[in-house]
Write a protein that binds this ligand. Structure first.
Ligand SMILES: [Fe+2]
Length: 503
């Protein structure tokens, strides 16, 4: 089959920017709402694309699988026989097999292996695995004949674990330049509920800062923003109020790193730290880096960046009339809530694992990961030394909600990914429910088990931190590469244990 260029596929199923022109009905947006909306939009985009392809092929009855077959193999190779594996789901039982083989033969297909098994989804029917040499046009003829004769559904098993049918995802950290889709519904110039709606100066300032993110490309230094006295005043109001709560309500990881940020990154009431500086700080401590985002990103793009240990952070400051509440992320939320937590290696790994699980996941699963992200990275609580403390960035950057979460009023439930992933949540007001993790390690382990048991993605990924790329584990070569890297680490671990024992 033809190798498909990643960018081409992205262009084929464009992930849209969910601005007003796409008709999103609600005023305020969140990662979870967006994932739901994205599910709908992606379905529509795929149907439109399939319809276009059917028109081009002048066959309105082409099945989805047939459309993909035509797209994957160029016309000049359409009559060249190739080894292909297909699974037939028989519609009426095994007795149709002779007819099926006859059709394959008349389409110049040469079967060299055939086996039956119980159908994956329905134990009362049979699946037939067929290995054969056949051309694209021959296979198309076979599929059409099966469809017209109501004989069998055909699924092509592709050589690569990731095919054109899977959602596109970045493979190298530089691909994140394509993962910058902003949801533009709730913006100072679009929504008259926004505190900056009637403030022309604020709107111009937002545009100016957003331009930095729009122009940013992987590898560049993040331009510094010269914050105004008014912006620093807003930062100061939040900083002074909330930092008093940290010693008693924030988790120990946040408290520890916050002190370091004050020493090393210019955190303090009179200075808004720069993204470039915190990015360098994070890189040293956990391998995370920051790239500027123009606003709230789509769930898929935002989660994908976490797979590369990249955090997409806004750089603008909320409107000065509303220092204690921001209906959208701003740099106060990122700097006070997210940055300290991402410096903790265990939390950084947890964040990356959510990101890795999201790559190529279905829209429905993205919705679940966005919800899990919401109740952990944004609003998570954890047990520490017999107390419950906050680790979620939405809590650690909001004086009111931090106090509310630990006031005894809301419902606190143990973190269980299966339940958390489908819990409705509140983004207009404080949450009614929070989830408490035993520890980050425990949350990570539960999340891993959840992904292993529930994520139907057909492939596994591995992040190579040296090349900053995601590898699909779909060949012996890739397994060997991973195994040799693990072997070196295990040998080092053994050596260290032996040296310790010898002391
Ligand atoms: Fe956030």
């Amino acid at each position: 089959m033809q190798a498909i260029n990643a960018v081409t596929v992205k262009a084929k199923f464009p992930i849209k920017s969910y601005s007003v022109e796409h008709g999103y009905p609600a005023r305020r947006r969140s990662l979870v709402d967006d994932a739901k909306f994205e599910t709908l939009k992606n379905k529509e985009a795929k149907q439109t694309w399939l319809q276009e392809q059917r028109s081009v092929s002048q066959d309105e009855d082409l099945s989805e699988e047939e459309v993909f077959l035509v797209t994957e193999c160029p016309d000049e190779e359409a009559n060249v026989p190739k080894q292909t594996n297909i699974v037939l789901t028989l519609k009426t039982g095994i007795t149709v097999l002779p007819r099926i083989l006859k059709i394959i033969e008349s389409s110049h297909g040469n079967v060299f292996h055939l086996e039956t098994r119980r159908a994956y989804n329905n134990v009362s029917t049979l699946d037939v695995l067929v290995r054969l040499d056949i051309s694209r046009n021959g296979l198309l003829h076979v599929m059409r004949s099966f469809r017209q004769g109501n004989l069998a559904d055909v699924t092509i098993l592709r050589e690569k674990a990731v095919s054109i049918k899977d959602p596109w995802f970045p493979h190298h950290i530089s691909d994140l330049d394509y993962c910058t889709h902003v949801m533009t519904k709730y913006e100072p110039e679009l929504d008259n509920d926004h505190p900056g709606f009637s403030d022309k100066v604020y709107r111009a300032r937002r545009k100016e800062i957003a331009e930095i993110a729009f122009n940013y490309k992987y590898g560049q230094v993040i331009p510094r923003v010269q914050y105004t006295e008014e912006e620093i005043q807003t930062w100061r109001a939040v900083y002074q109020q909330i930092s008093h709560l940290y010693p008693t309500l924030a988790c120990e990881q946040h408290i520890r790193v916050f002190r370091l940020l004050e020493k090393e990154c210019g955190y303090g009431p009179n200075n808004i730290p720069q993204l470039e500086d915190v990015s360098k700080f994070l890189k040293r401590r956990s391998g995370f880096t920051v790239r500027p985002a123009a606003g709230l990103l789509t769930a898929r793009d935002f989660l994908a960046s976490l797979a590369f240990r990249v955090f997409q952070a806004t750089q603008y400051v909320r409107h000065s009339s509303s220092p204690n509440h921001s209906p959208e992320p701003d740099c106060i939320h990122e700097l006070l809530g997210h940055i300290p937590m991402l410096a903790d290696p265990s939390f950084a790994q947890f964040s990356q694992e959510i990101g890795l699980a999201s790559l190529g996941a279905s829209d429905t699963d993205i919705e679940k990961f966005a919800t899990l992200y919401w109740f952990t990275v944004e609003f998570g609580l954890c047990k520490q030394n017999g107390e419950i403390r906050a680790y979620g960035a939405g809590l650690l950057s909001s004086y009111g909600e931090l106090k509310h979460a630990l006031s005894g009023k809301p419902q606190l439930l143990p973190f269980q990914p299966e339940e958390t992933a489908i819990q409705p949540y509140q983004d207009q007001d404080y949450q009614d429910t929070y989830y408490v993790a035993e520890s980050f390690e425990d949350a990570k382990e539960k999340f891993r088990q959840y992904v292993a048991a529930r994520l139907p993605r057909a492939f596994e990924v591995w992040y190579n931190s040296f090349s900053q790329s995601v590898h699909i584990l779909d060949s012996v070569d890739k397994f060997e590469e991973l195994a040799s890297s693990l072997k070196a680490d295990v040998t080092r671990l053994n050596n260290a244990v032996n040296k310790l024992k010898a002391q």
